[in-house]
Design a protein. Structure first.
Length: 115
């Protein structure tokens, strides 16, 4: 996989991670008093929201699983790309070849973990 493919996957996985985080917050922050009248009025979205609220533990566990899987995949897919992109500039600084790999790995891990 090319470096750019790895970075593209990074963006996709970050978006998926954001989706699961938003879903988790939505289940926690939703107010039943606002959703029940909509569900009684026939809103399919409101009925789905009520189902999620009634099964909050399952929804939160699913969200946490999604967040964890996306985070691990982000590290797996994007770390090699970031590592490879950092090797050139670090090598230009005159660092020994063995140190370049180590420093690039550490910096890539920090960058990917921060995201």
């Amino acid at each position: 996989m090319s470096d750019w493919d790895g970075l593209a996957w990074l963006v996709v996985l970050l978006a998926a991670n954001a989706f699961f985080v938003a879903a988790e917050f939505a289940v926690i922050a939703a107010k039943r008093s606002q959703i029940e009248p909509l569900a009684n009025g026939g809103s399919k979205r409101a009925k789905t929201s009520l189902y999620a609220m009634e099964h909050a533990t399952l929804m939160l566990a699913t969200s946490q699983l999604g967040i964890t899987v996306c985070s691990l995949l982000i590290l797996l897919v994007s770390e090699p790309a970031v590592h490879h992109l950092l090797e050139g500039p670090l090598g230009a600084l005159g660092l020994p070849e063995a140190a370049v790999g180590t420093v690039a790995f550490i910096l890539a891990l920090i960058v990917v973990s921060y995201l």
